[in-house]
Write a protein that binds this ligand. Structure first.
Ligand SMILES: *Cc1c(COP(=O)(O)O)cnc(C)c1O
Length: 832
C-alpha cells in the first residue's frame, strides 16, 4: 500500500491533525483495532452493533500512527493522543473519509477497473474473471465478498500499487448507496450479472433495483463496455458505453454433456469449437463462467490461455458444491445465497440433472423480501414439486407455512416435513435417503444448513481429513504475537499445503492477512494465483525451464545456484521480461543455495543484469528444532548475517531477509529477521519436543475413519497378515477400522500404533492392511460398528497429537501428513 503522509492525508480528507503526527506515511489501513499493526491508519467506524470510537485507545496502544475520528467525538475527549508518533485526524464522518481515501487510491494506483454488481453470482463472476486475467495482467480483486460501503473501499486499498486491472464487486441494499460506490471505483468496464429480488424490501420493485444498480456504470465512457442480460429494464436505461449480451459474441455455448462430477462444454471462445471440462454441473455457475469469459475475451485474453485456466479451475466453496458419499448419496450444498432467483436456479439445475434417484429439497427460507415474502415462498414450494422433488424438508422460518402450502398443492399426500434444527434434520435425512438420491440444501439460516449438510456428509464418508481453518488462523495470530509486528509471515504451502488443499488454504490465509505465500514449484504458484490470491508468492525450488510461468503468474523465484542465476538472466533477456527474485545462501543445510563465498558474486550478477531484481535474501536452518545442535544453528546464523552484510554493503535498496521456518521462528528470536516462513506450525503441529515446550498451538487437522466390524476373537486366534498378533486372553473384542496404508495410515502402526475413540487410546493389533486395520476394543465395551475412530489430530474434544503418532510410526509429522491420500480421503473444511 502507498498511502499519503499524515499531513497530505489531512488535506485529502479535509480533516485536522491533533497530537504527534509522523512524517512517514501510514503502513496500511485497519478498521479492527485487534488487527492494528504499528504504523497503521485506523478508521473509527460506527457500525450497527459497535462504535469504533470505543476502540481508539486500543488502536493507539497497538501502535496506530493516525486514528481517524469524528470531530464531535474528539470535542468531548479532552486530551489528544499522548504517545509520540500517533495523531488523531478529525473529520466529519470517518466512513466518508475512508471512501474518499479509497477513491484517491483508485485513481493513483489502479489503472483500470472492472466493476461487477448483480443480485447473485457476483463473487463467482469475480473469482472466475480474476483467474482468467491473472496470466496477462497484474490483477487485484476484492477479497471474499467485500462489496459493501465498507468492503469496497477496503478492497480497493488492498490492491497493490501498479495494479493494471482491478476486479471489484459492488453490492447495495438501499437507494443512494450505489453513487458512493461508483465514486470510489470509477469503473472503466461493467458487469451486471442479473437483477433478482434480493433486498426487495429496501427497493420496492425490480425496476427500482435495476435503476439503482445501473448507477454503478453511469461514468463508463464510449471506449468501455457493460455486459448485462438482455433485460428490458436494463435496456431502457441510457448509457454511453457499448452493451454486450452474453452469448451474442464469444463465448458461444454449442453443447454440453455430463463428465464425471462436472460437465464437458462445447465452447467457441472465438477460435472455433473446443471441448472444455468444467468442475460443476450447475447451470447458473456455467452462466456466470460464460459472463466472465465474455469479459476476458473483450480484455484481450486469447483462447488458448483461457482454455489453460479453465482446465483446472475450481469454483469456490458452497456454491452448488457437490459431494458424493460412499453410499452413493449426492449432497448439493448451495447455501451461499438465498435470493429467489438463485433458489429457482438451483431447483431447475437439480430438477434437470440426469441422476435417476429421488430428489430431496432442504429449504431454510429466504430473507428480506418485504411484501412479496408469502407469495415467493409459496412459489418455491410449488416449484420444488414441479421440478420432480419427492420430499421437502423445512427449517424454521417465518414464511415456512407458505412454502409448505405451495408444496401441498401438488403433493397433498406427502406434506413438507418441518424440522427443528440441524440435529433433527440430520436424522430426518438419514431415514429418508437411499443410495442414488440427491439432497439439495438451499436458503437462509445458512450456518445451520451448511452445518447440517456437512454433518450428514461426515456421517456417511468413512474416511476424511478435517481441516479447521479457524484454528489455522489462530495459529497465524500466535506466530504474529510471538514474532512481533515488524516481522512478516510467509505461509509455506508446498506439497499441496502439506497435503490439505492448496487453493483453499491460500485464499483463507490471504483473507486473514498473511504477508507472503511460499510454494516449491511454479505450477503451485500458478494455482495460488488462479485462486485469486494477490500476495507475493515465493517459489523455493523452481525449475529453470519455468521462467515463463514465473513471469506470467508474477511469482518470485528463489535463485538457489549460480547456474540458476545465469540461466534465469538469459531467459529473462530473451523474453524481454524482468522479475523480482530472492537469493538463497546455503549456510550449512547442505541442500540448495549458493555457498557463502559465491553469494556476493551471484548477487552482483543479478543486480547488474537489469532483468532480475534482487529483493530478498534467505537461508534455511538444518537443526533449529534440536537443542543439542544449537551451536550449529548459531554458526549458520552468523554465516548468514555476514553474507547479508556484505551484499548490503555493496548496493543500496531494500532487501527482505529471512531464515527461520517454524522451529527457527520459535526458538531463535535473532533468526526472525524481516520474515519467518511457517509451514508445519500453521496446522498446530510442532516439529520437535523442544518446539512443543516453547509454544502452544491449536491442532487444526484430524484424520478420522469408522469401525466397519466388531467381533470377539478367542485365545490363540491370529489377527491380520502373517498372524503377528495372537489373542492371549480368553477372548478379546477387536474392531476393524476402514483405513489402511493405502489411505495414509503408516504401515509401521502395526508395531505399537494407537488410535483414539471417545478419548480413549486403543492399540492397533497386527499388521496394517491396505484398506483396513484391527484395533483392540476391550477398553471400550460400548464401541459399535459405525463409530468414529480418530487416527490422529484433534476432533470433538479428543486429541491424539500427530507428533506422537509420527513418533510411534518411526517417522516425522511432515511425512505423516503428506501421506494421507488425496483421492481416497476427502478434505473437509470447517470455519473459514
Ligand atoms: C519446508 C520449508 C519451510 C517450512 O518449514 P516448517 O518446518 O514446516 O515450518 C520453510 N522454508 C523452506 C526453505 C522450506 O523448505
Amino acid at each position: 500500500m502507498s498511502l499519503p503522509s499524515p499531513a497530505a492525508l489531512a488535506d485529502l480528507l479535509q480533516g485536522q491533525l491533533r497530537g504527534h503526527p509522523t512524517v512517514a506515511p501510514p503502513r496500511s489501513v485497519a478498521i479492527d483495532s485487534r488487527r492494528v499493526l504499528p504504523g497503521d491508519l485506523f478508521f473509527a467506524l460506527s457500525g450497527r452493533r459497535r462504535d469504533g470510537h470505543a476502540y481508539v485507545e486500543a488502536a493507539e496502544t497497538a501502535g496506530a500512527s493516525v486514528v481517524v475520528v469524528r470531530r464531535s467525538w474528539a470535542r468531548q475527549r479532552e486530551t489528544p493522543p499522548a504517545s509520540p508518533g500517533c495523531a488523531h485526524l478529525l473529520v466529519d464522518d470517518p466512513l466518508t473519509a475512508l471512501q474518499q481515501l479509497a477513491a484517491w487510491y483508485r485513481r493513483s494506483h489502479i489503472q483500470r477497473v472492472v466493476a461487477i454488481t448483480g443480485s447473485n453470482g457476483k463473487t463467482v463472476v469475480k473469482s472466475a474473471l480474476t483467474a482468467l486475467l491473472a496470466g496477462r495482467y497484474r490483477v487485484a480483486a476484492s477479497p471474499g465478498s467485500w462489496n459493501s460501503q465498507v468492503g469496497v473501499p477496503l478492497a480497493v486499498l488492498t490492491a497493490p500499487p501498479g495494479t493494471e486491472l482491478g476486479v471489484f464487486e459492488a453490492g447495495i441494499s438501499a437507494p443512494g448507496e450505489m453513487e458512493r460506490l461508483e465514486a470510489i471505483l470509477a469503473p472503466d468496464f461493467g458487469v451486471l450479472v442479473n437483477i433478482g429480488l434480493a433486498h426487495l424490501a429496501g427497493f420496492g420493485s425490480r425496476a427500482v433495483t435495476a435503476r439503482e444498480k445501473m448507477k454503478l456504470f453511469a461514468g463508463i465512457g464510449p471506449q468501455g463496455w457493460l455486459i448485462a442480460p438482455p433485460d428490458p429494464l436494463v435496456e431502457a436505461l441510457p448509457l454511453p458505453c457499448r452493451r454486450l449480451h452474453p452469448g451474442v459474441q464469444p463465448p458461444r455455448l454449442l453443447g454440453q454433456r455430463p463428465d464425471g462430477n462436472g460437465l464437458l462444454l462445447d465452447l467457441d471462445l472465438g477460435a472455433g469449437p473446443m471441448q472444455v471440462p468444467v468442475r460443476t454441473r450447475s447451470a447458473p455457475l456455467v452462466e456466470d463462467l460464460l459472463i466472465a469469459l465474455t469479459a476476458a475475451i473483450e480484455l484481450g485474453v486469447p483462447a488458448d490461455e483461457l482454455l489453460a485456466v479453465l482446465r483446472d479451475y475450481s469454483f469456490g466453496p458452497t456454491r452448488m458444491e457437490t459431494w458424493r458419499t460412499p453410499e452413493g448419496i449426492t449432497i448439493i450444498n448451495d447455501t451461499a445465497s438465498d435470493d429467489p432467483i438463485s433458489v429457482q436456479a438451483a431447483l431447475d439445475t437439480v430438477g434437470a440433472s440426469p441422476e435417476t434417484g429421488r430428489r430431496l429439497f432442504v429449504f431454510g427460507g429466504m430473507g428480506e423480501l418485504g411484501a412479496s415474502e408469502a407469495r415467493e415462498h409459496a412459489f418455491i414450494g410449488q416449484l420444488a414439486a414441479e421440478r420432480g422433488f419427492s420430499r421437502l424438508l423445512l427449517l424454521p422460518h417465518p414464511a415456512q407455512r407458505h412454502t409448505a402450502a405451495g408444496w401441498a398443492r401438488l403433493h397433498p399426500e406427502t406434506p413438507a416435513l418441518c424440522v427443528e434444527d440441524a440435529t433433527a434434520l440430520r436424522s430426518g435425512i438419514h431415514e429418508l435417503t437411499r443410495p442414488g438420491d440427491t439432497v439439495l440444501f438451499k436458503g437462509a439460516a445458512r450456518q445451520e444448513l451448511s452445518r447440517a449438510a456437512q454433518s450428514i456428509w461426515e456421517s456417511m464418508a468413512p474416511r476424511r481429513l478435517l481441516v479447521d481453518l479457524d484454528a489455522i488462523r489462530d495459529n497465524v495470530s500466535r506466530f504474529r504475537s510471538l514474532c512481533g509486528p515488524g516481522v512478516g509471515i510467509l505461509a509455506v504451502l508446498k506439497a499441496w499445503a502439506y497435503g490439505t488443499e492448496l487453493a483453499r488454504l491460500a485464499t483463507a490465509l490471504q483473507d486473514s492477512g498473511i504477508d507472503w505465500i511460499g510454494v516449491s514449484a511454479a505450477d503451485e504458484g500458478a494455482a495460488v494465483r488462479r485462486a485469486g490470491v494477490q500476495r507475493p508468492v515465493l517459489v523455493m525450488l523452481m525449475d529453470i525451464d519455468e521462467v515463463d510461468k514465473a513471469v506470467r503468474w508474477r511469482l518470485t523465484p528463489v535463485v538457489y545456484s549460480p547456474a540458476f542465476a545465469h540461466a534465469l538472466v538469459t531467459s529473462l533477456r530473451s523474453m524481454g521480461a524482468s522479475l523480482e527474485v530472492h537469493l538463497e545462501i546455503d549456510t550449512g543445510m547442505g541442500r540448495v543455495g549458493v555457498s557463502p563465498d559465491e553469494a556476493l558474486a551471484t548477487a552482483r550478477l543479478l543486480r547488474e543484469s537489469g532483468v532480475a531484481r534482487l529483493s530478498g535474501l534467505m537461508t534455511h536452518l538444518a537443526s533449529a528444532d534440536d537443542p543439542a545442535a544449537d551451536a550449529d544453528t548459531d554458526a549458520q546464523l552468523r554465516c548468514f548475517e555476514a553474507a547479508v552484510a556484505a551484499i548490503r554493503a555493496e548496493a543500496e535498496g531494500p532487501l527482505l531477509v529471512h531464515a527461520a521456518a517454524t522451529s527457527g521462528a520459535v526458538r531463535f528470536p535473532q533468526a526472525r529477521h524481516d520474515m519467518v516462513r511457517i509451514g508445519l506450525g500453521l496446522y498446530g503441529i510442532h516439529p520437535s519436543p523442544a518446539i512443543e515446550a516453547a509454544i502452544e498451538l491449536e491442532p487444526a487437522l484430524a484424520f478420522v475413519s469408522r469401525l466397519v466390524q466388531v467381533r470377539r476373537f478367542k485365545r490363540g486366534q491370529r489377527i491380520g497378515y502373517n498372524g503377528t498378533y495372537q489373542v492371549s486372553a480368553k477372548q478379546q473384542r477387536i474392531g476393524i477400522v476402514a483405513a489402511g496404508y493405502n489411505d495414509g495410515v503408516p504401515w509401521s502402526f502395526g508395531q505399537g500404533g494407537e488410535v483414539m475413540m471417545q478419548g480413549q487410546r486403543l492399540r492397533v493389533l497386527g499388521r496394517v492392511s491396505m484398506d483396513s486395520m484391527a484395533i483392540d476394543l476391550d477398553p471400550l465395551p460400548g464401541a459399535a460398528v459405525g463409530d468414529e475412530v480418530l487416527i490422529f489430530g484433534a476432533h470433538e474434544g479428543q486429541v491424539l497429537r500427530p507428533e506422537q503418532a509420527a513418533r510411534q510410526a518411526g517417522t516425522i509429522p511432515y511425512d505423516l501428513l503428506v501421506r494421507v491420500d488425496n483421492r481416497r480421503v476427502p478434505r473437509i473444511f470447517r470455519g473459514g
